[in-house]
Design a protein around this ligand. Structure first.
Ligand SMILES: C[S@@+](CC[C@H](N)C(=O)[O-])C[C@H]1O[C@@H](n2cnc3c(N)ncnc32)[C@H](O)[C@@H]1O
Length: 206
């Protein structure tokens, strides 16, 4: 089973720096156990590195301070961000017990001291962060009411989205108003570098 390709895109080296080895170890663990533990579908296994790890890591430079990853699942993007950015404090929020167990195991085995894992639904957390992220959890209309209340006044939503983000934005306008989102924009990261660029929905919350 291919895991991390022998030839790294330069982006990976830039994004992980001296922690590239930790990113490889996390990827190898996901490939070894991700399917049997119900963390990742079998079709995703051959492209975990290119379509999941690097797609998450490319967003790492956008974050600062305290960050919550809502619906972290196998650790995407939260664990990848914690590896790439040891200066950022990550809180991984995930309601499913077996996924929380996996996340705690990875935090311990990779020796990540900038991560805490909470077993909870985003809407029940009641804490505030400088930025909140999520990936593949739900469409913006549903996701904004879960994530925006976790953002400090003046902080940011930085949500990793797919091709459909323009339609999601159209459908979520009422929620943007209700949750006081401003400066709404989409940034496309990694074009020409990644197999599939990462679309990032960003908004200020105040
Ligand atoms: C499709 S998975 C995506 C996991 C990961 N973010 C990724 O990109 O692979 C969605 C995850 O969101 C979690 N989830 C669903 N509703 C949630 C909520 N209200 N609050 C926090 N997590 C939630 C699920 O348990 C699941 O692990």
């Amino acid at each position: 089973m291919p895991t991390t390709p022998e030839i790294e895109p330069a982006a990976a080296v830039d994004l992980f720096g001296p922690r590239l080895d930790l990113a490889r170890r996390y990827t190898d663990a996901l490939v070894a156990e991700g399917e049997t533990r119900g963390l990742i579908g079998p079709l995703e296994l051959p492209r975990i590195w290119t379509r999941h790890i690097l797609n998450s890591a490319i967003a790492a430079p956008l974050f600062d301070g305290s960050v919550a990853d809502v619906g972290s699942g196998a650790g995407l993007p939260g664990l990848v961000l914690a590896i790439a950015r040891p200066d950022v404090q990550l809180t991984l929020i995930e309601p499913m017990e077996r996924r929380v167990t996996w996340l705690n195991e990875q935090v311990e085995s990779l020796g990540l001291d900038n991560v805490r894992v909470m077993r909870a639904r985003g809407e029940d957390v009641g804490l505030e962060f400088d930025a909140v992220t999520a990936r593949a959890v739900s469409a913006l209309r549903t996701l904004v009411p879960i994530t925006a209340p976790l953002v400090k006044d003046g902080g940011e939503l930085i949500l990793l989205k797919g091709h459909n983000v323009p339609a999601e934005i159209d459908a979520a306008q009422k929620m943007f108003k209700k949750h006081k989102l401003s400066d709404v924009r989409v940034e496309v990261l990694g074009e020409g570098v990644l197999d599939e660029p990462t679309r990032v929905f960003r908004a200020r919350v105040r």
